[in-house]
Design a protein around this ligand. Structure first.
Ligand code: GLC
Length: 729
């Protein structure tokens, strides 16, 4: 037997460890424990006898959430997707991973990549898009970025976790073709990008809990796709010991119940009411823990689970530890920290760049960009605090942040007045509801991480806001929604009295600009009454600086919508049987027709289509051609007087086929290009390998013969040129 202490290449080392580990030691590697350092979200204690160090897992997709620690608060995932630039997803992933390592962590519980099927979903901000091609390219880049810094990425939540309502029980009823062409695709892209870990969702798919789903976990993910990392449960999301181990779950997290939660009584909601009660209802049952402890040991002893399965689980976990160097005998993550990465200037710059690049200009009558000497009224209930993110496990506490008011004040030469107008929109934090969170959780003093909001000062009033607007050259109103994990939004309206505020300001100044902070689609009833609208999503710590750089034209607004904006009742999920579901079953009866696919097929014009985004520049498209079956090319010219960035989008229209229903068009590829005034450039757009295909449950992926149109343009509804690709028999 090889000496397991010899440091050899990963595979040999893992094989030698498997030989040397006792069964009790192997069981220590497949079930979480509390982190003695108190910072990790999930923790494996390791096996000291064989020099296997501890392994720490930490949230989340917007920045590192190590208990009691600060880290860079990057823009939300939906903002990253809105850049249509996977290189930025890669850079954000690498920066977060460097900060995770600086905090002694080994695995990042990110990226999340569930498709945005339901506009109300409380976690849309943590995901990328309604569109699988955009989500796939973005998630693959994020995985590559995270893992480039020797941190294991965790793609989540596998699969069809597209709502928070009833998330720990609901069954997503999805047909195979829709699963394959939409919901599974971004996870397949993450696996093809080498992701080290996949987290199963709380929900069921077609009646089976994902942690127990032998077909989707064992047969598809591991068998068909060849995934060789480990499958980890969501927290308290393991349904059964034997079912999960047999299906292919490899690691149970957190593995233990929190202090004070007894085995026989789930959390007591106590006197929670309203929103807090809704959030509480979305929490998992914390007594469901330790299944991979004694229950798994007994299952192996009785033969219900073969010992080889335990070896496979351990092999997969150790394989990822080895891949990031934890089996090289140099101690654990806390021994390998590089504190210099925390709050690094290049991370601050990157956070600001992504936030600016992801900002989408929805409307502009010419009022933007602002001139520096304009007198500006900055109006909004929360203009004194950056919009860091949504509620839940993705919450991040930055070292510093810039509020909208601070950002505009720093950028403007003219006079800046500030008025709140209406009462503050309170943040929704999951940690205000979690019953076992002690008093010392989170940041007691609201932190000196910049502007956390100040209740002092004059009572807000609409009249006061209107007066400030009237006195200024331009009024900029900042509005926001509020979304959180564990709860969906009740509607798509802005909370509080923000709509009234916008109307009052627009009535007082016809040069009114609205900046919207939202985690997904929102209704903008006043959109025809204002001069310009920017969608800034959740920009994170760089909020004020990033938004000001776009408002004043230092950066061209190059964001494009990764989701369709439409009236609430026009979405295909506006049917309770589809969302939130009836009797615990959400029927995905719309099938492939999610987002723009639905609006195109139904011939319904949305408020703002997928891919929409104005620029301060203007672009002409010429000379489109097919380079080969996978690449199309066009010449794009900036015909304006100022520099700009264009996002060239390619959509495929399949040949008419009465036999098989297909969406009218589907995004097949995209490319961003920076152009100076008057500059023209040839742009190549690589089409996704599945762009022309469809999934046939019997045949698998199929490309029907015929002529496919490839449309090039600025959005799903603004096609400029088209070329044809012929596919023979
Ligand atoms: C949460 C989330 C998951 C997160 C995990 C650890 O319930 O669903 O995204 O990574 O638990 O906090």
């Amino acid at each position: 037997m090889d000496d397991p202490d010899e440091s050899t290449d990963g595979t040999d080392r893992v094989a030698a460890l498997l030989e040397a580990l006792t069964r009790a030691e192997k069981l220590r590697l497949v079930r979480g424990r509390d982190d003695p350092a108190g910072t990790a979200t999930g923790y494996l204690p390791g096996v000291e006898r064989l020099d296997v160090p501890a392994y720490r897992l930490v949230d989340g997709p917007l920045g590192v959430r190590a208990e009691g620690e600060r880290a860079t608060a990057f823009p939300a995932s939906i903002a990253v997707a809105a850049t249509f630039d996977p290189d930025l997803a890669r850079a954000k992933g690498a920066a977060m991973a460097r900060e995770a390592r600086a905090l002694g962590q080994d695995c990042l519980l990110a990226p999340g990549t569930n498709l945005i099927r339901v506009p109300h979903c409380g976690r849309n901000f943590e995901y990328y898009a309604e569109e699988p091609t955009l989500a796939s390219r973005t998630v693959a880049a994020a995985v590559a970025g995270i893992q480039s810094a020797d941190v294991v990425a965790t793609v989540k939540h596998y699969v069809a976790n597209n709502q928070e309502a009833d998330r720990v029980r609901v069954s997503a009823e999805v047909d195979e073709r829709t699963l394959r062409e939409l919901y599974l695709r971004p996870f397949r892209a993450a696996v093809d990008a080498g992701v080290g870990s996949v987290m199963t969702a709380y929900n069921r798919v077609n009646g089976t809990y994902m942690s127990d789903h032998e077909r989707l976990v064992g047969e598809v993910l591991k068998g068909e796709w060849g995934f060789d990392g480990y499958v980890v449960s969501d927290w308290y999301g393991t349904e059964s010991a034997v079912g999960a181990a047999t299906a292919g779950l490899d690691l149970e997290m957190p593995g233990v119940s929190p202090e004070g939660v007894d085995e026989d009584d789930a959390w007591d909601p106590g006197d929670l009411d309203g929103e807090a009660a809704d959030v509480f209802a979305g929490l998992p049952d914390a007594t469901k823990a330790g299944l991979f402890g004694d229950p798994l040991r007994e299952a192996i002893e009785t033969g219900a689970v073969p010992p080889e399965r335990l070896d496979d689980m351990v092999r997969r976990v150790l394989g990822q530890m080895g891949r990031i160097g934890l089996l090289d005998g140099e101690g654990d993550g806390r021994d390998r920290r590089d504190e210099g990465a925390l709050d690094a200037p290049e991370h601050r710059d990157l956070a600001e760049r992504i936030a600016a690049r992801g900002t989408v200009l929805l409307e502009n009558d010419g009022v933007l960009p602002l001139s520096a000497d304009a007198d500006v009224a900055v109006i909004g209930p929360n203009v004194d605090e950056a919009k860091l993110g949504g509620g839940g496990s993705s919450e991040t506490t930055p070292f510093q942040s810039t509020s909208p008011a601070a950002g505009v004040t720093a950028r403007a030469d003219g006079e800046v007045t500030v008025a709140r107008g209406v009462p503050r929109v309170p943040e929704l934090s999951l940690f205000d509801v979690l019953p076992f969170v002690g008093d010392d959780e989170g940041d007691e003093d609201g932190g000196d991480d910049g502007d956390r909001g100040d209740e002092s000062g004059p009572e807000p009033s609409l009249d006061g806001a209107a007066a400030a607007a009237r006195e200024a050259d331009v009024a900029v109103v900042f509005v926001r929604d509020r979304t959180t994990e564990a709860k969906d939004r009740d509607d798509l309206r802005l909370p509080g009295e923000q709509d009234a505020l916008v109307e009052a300001v627009a009535a007082a100044n016809d040069r009114t600009v609205v900046v919207v902070y939202s985690g997904g689609p929102v209704e903008l009833p006043w959109r025809e009454d204002v001069a310009a609208i920017l969608e800034a999503w959740y920009p994170g710590q760089a909020d004020g600086d990033a938004v000001a750089s776009v408002l004043y034209g230092d950066r061209d607004p190059s964001g494009r919508l990764p989701v369709t904006f439409a009236p609430e009742d026009r979405y295909p999920t506006a049917d309770e049987r589809r969302y939130p579901g009836v009797d615990g079953r959400a029927r995905y009866a719309e099938g492939l027709f999610v987002g723009y696919r639905h609006f195109d097929a139904a011939g319904v014009a949305p408020t703002y289509p997928f891919g929409h985004g104005l620029s301060y520049a203007a672009f002409a498209y010429r000379d489109a051609e097919v380079v080969d079956g996978r690449t199309v090319r066009a010449t794009v010219e900036n015909v304006s007087e100022r520099a700009g960035r264009e996002v060239v989008q390619a959509y495929v229209r399949p040949p008419e086929s009465p036999a098989v229903e297909r969406p009218p068009r589907e995004l097949a590829g995209f490319a961003t290009v920076d152009l100076d005034a008057g500059e023209r450039r040839t742009v190549d757009v690589d089409l996704d390998e599945r762009a022309l295909g469809r999934y046939d449950p019997d045949e698998g992926w199929t490309v029907d013969p015929g002529t496919y149109a490839v449309e090039l343009g600025r959005s799903s509804r603004d096609q400029r040129l088209a070329v044809e690709v012929d596919v023979g028999d």
